[in-house]
Structures are given as structure tokens and as C-alpha cells.
Design a protein around this ligand. Structure first.
Ligand code: NDP
Length: 264
């Protein structure tokens, strides 16, 4: 019987996940189909999962914490960060994983950097900050408002708001906010960005599919930069490994997922 997968979120119409996963399923001759489901209420995630007869899902904004709560068995890293973006169902048991953070880690592996400044303190920043620290990077968090910084402080990260920020030297500056996603905002005041970008080695934006004002600014300083496309591909390929229980190699999955972008 055909196995069914889906992305859950709200909104989900923009998601590239169905294209990527369906391309890999087709090329790898797996009898499976990947759809999209706009979930109205995160508390209903588990019920909808079973009602739709799914084998696995990815979860996007704003339900990664609900997805964590919906799982029977989140893995150790998902438990550490409290957010899940991949669920696989086996014999009625929901196993949960976070593939955003390892996806991001892999996406920045090409840069020789140690000190990283995150602009933004949302869910993605939280899981990625933890994996980066586990891997030996030194991460500082700068966020517009103070509220979201509390959990970072509790986890021992150095944190700043725009008002308290003291310029320092960072190797990598990352836009982890949604500023620039559907608007033309910079993720931090121009004066702050002008105080850190000139001395950094590279800039990364997690937003993909458009050149954000942040990336435009980085380019105006002639800094090596990249958008969130690699992170998207890598988190998808790692999720696919879980969906297929390790039957395919990461590079092979990646090759087919990339084709989804080349063809469309
Ligand atoms: P959250 O909603 O959890 O957090 C949003 C963050 O952005 C907060 O820190 C918020 O600050 C900040 N922010 C929003 N608007 C502005 C603004 N105009 N100026 C300054 N700060 C702003 O989002 P997520 O962490 O889930 O997602 C963050 C980004 O990561 C999104 O753009 C998402 O698309 C992208 N993403 C990309 C992936 C990929 O594969 N490439 C995977 C996952 C996410 P405040 O606390 O002050 O409100």
C-alpha cells in the first residue's frame, strides 16, 4: 500500500517540502506520496496525523513545539530543544526528531568560523544555537525583544537586545529572524549591522528563495554569504533518512531533492 507523508503547518502553501520529497520518492522508486496539510490547531496534530493515515510528517511554523508534545518518543536531541520538525510513525508509535538544527550545522560547515552572532531568538534559533554550542561554536544571541531571550539566558548563552548590544567581533552573522521573509525589513537596526558586518568572515540567512535586505547588505560589504536553501535541502534529506529508516544514503537523497529545484 502507498505510504502517505505530509507537511503540517500554517501557512503551508509556500512549502517546498512536497516537491523535494516527492522527487526523491519517485527517483528512488518508493511507493509513497507527500502532501501538505494546513493545520488550524496545534493541539489537534496527533489526532489529524492518525485520521489522515500518515506514515510520517514534517512540521513547520508554528507547530514545532506542539509536534514535540504530540510524540511518544522524541529522540535525545528533540528532548533537549523541545521542538520537533519530523515525525515517523511505527506500529502506532510516533517518533520525533529535529532535523533543522543538523541541517543548519551542515549548511555552515563550509565556513571556517568560531564566533557566531545570531540575529533572532525564535524556535529555529533555539535548536540551532544548542547544536552549534555542542559542536564547539561560540554563539551570541541578539534579539529585538527581551522576552524570547530568557530561555537562552537560562541555557547560558550571552544575549543582547538592540538596546543593550555592545559591538564585538564575530566570524559569522546569521539572520535567524523572519525579517525579510515577506517584507523588506532588516533583522536589526542598520547601525548595529554596520558595526558587526565589516569585521565578519561571512553572513548567512535562513530565509530562502529571495535576496533579503540582510543578504543585500552583506553583499554590499563584499562578504561571502548564502541563503537558507542548503539548510532547507539538508533538513529535508535528514528527514527523508528517518522516513525510509536509513535505506538510502544522505548524498543520494540530496541529489534527488536538488533535482526538484532544477526542474521547477
Ligand atoms: P519564530 O516565529 O519562532 O521567531 C521569529 C524571530 O524573528 C523572533 O526572534 C522575532 O523577534 C524575530 N523577528 C520577526 N520579525 C522581525 C523584525 N521585523 N525585526 C527583527 N526581528 C524580527 O520563527 P522561527 O524561528 O520558526 O523561524 C525563523 C526563520 O527561520 C523564518 O524566516 C523561517 O522561514 C526560517 N526557517 C528556515 C528554514 C530552512 O530550512 N531554511 C527552516 C526553519 C526556519 P521578537 O522576539 O522580537 O518577536
Amino acid at each position: 500500500m502507498k505510504e502517505m507523508f505530509s507537511i503540517f503547518g500554517n501557512p503551508v502553501s509556500h512549502s517546498m517540502s512536497p516537491l523535494m520529497h516527492n522527487m526523491a520518492f519517485k527517483d528512488l522508486k518508493i511507493d509513497a506520496c507527500y502532501g501538505r496539510y494546513r493545520l488550524e490547531d496545534g493541539a489537534m496534530l496527533r489526532e489529524k496525523f492518525f485520521a489522515l493515515g500518515l506514515r510520517g510528517i514534517n512540521i513547520t511554523v508554528p507547530y514545532k513545539e506542539d509536534a514535540y508534545r504530540a510524540c511518544d518518543k522524541p529522540d535525545a536531541f528533540a528532548r533537549k530543544v523541545g521542538a520537533v520538525n519530523t515525525i515517523v510513525q511505527k506500529q502506532g508509535i510516533l517518533y520525533g526528531y529535529n532535523t533543522d538544527a543538523p541541517g543548519f550545522l551542515k549548511a555552515i560547515s563550509e565556513f571556517d568560523v568560531k564566533r557566531i552572532l545570531f540575529l533572532g531568538a525564535g524556535g529555529t534559533a533555539q535548536s540551532t544555537a544548542i547544536i552549534l554550542r555542542d559542536e564547539g561554536y561560540d554563539v551570541t544571541i541578539l534579539n529585538r525583544s527581551a522576552g524570547r531571550l530568557e530561555r537562552f539566558k537560562e541555557d547560558g548563552f550571552e544575549t543582547f537586545t538592540f538596546e543593550t548590544f555592545i559591538p564585538d567581533t564575530y566570524d559569522l552573522i546569521v539572520n535567524m529572524t523572519s525579517a525579510g521573509l515577506n517584507d523588506d525589513h532588516l533583522p536589526a537596526p542598520r547601525e548595529i549591522l554596520d558595526s558587526v558586518i565589516p569585521d565578519c568572515k561571512a553572513c548567512v540567512d535562513v530565509i530562502y528563495g529571495r535576496e533579503t535586505p540582510f543578504l543585500k547588505l552583506a553583499k554590499s560589504y563584499h562578504k561571502p554569504s548564502k541563503d537558507g536553501s542548503d539548510m532547507l535541502l539538508y533538513q529535508g534529506a535528514i528527514a527523508f533518512e528517518y522516513f525510509c529508516e536509513g535505506k538510502f544514503k544522505f548524498d543520494e537523497i540530496l541529489y534527488h531533492m536538488k533535482r526538484a529545484f532544477e526542474i521547477n
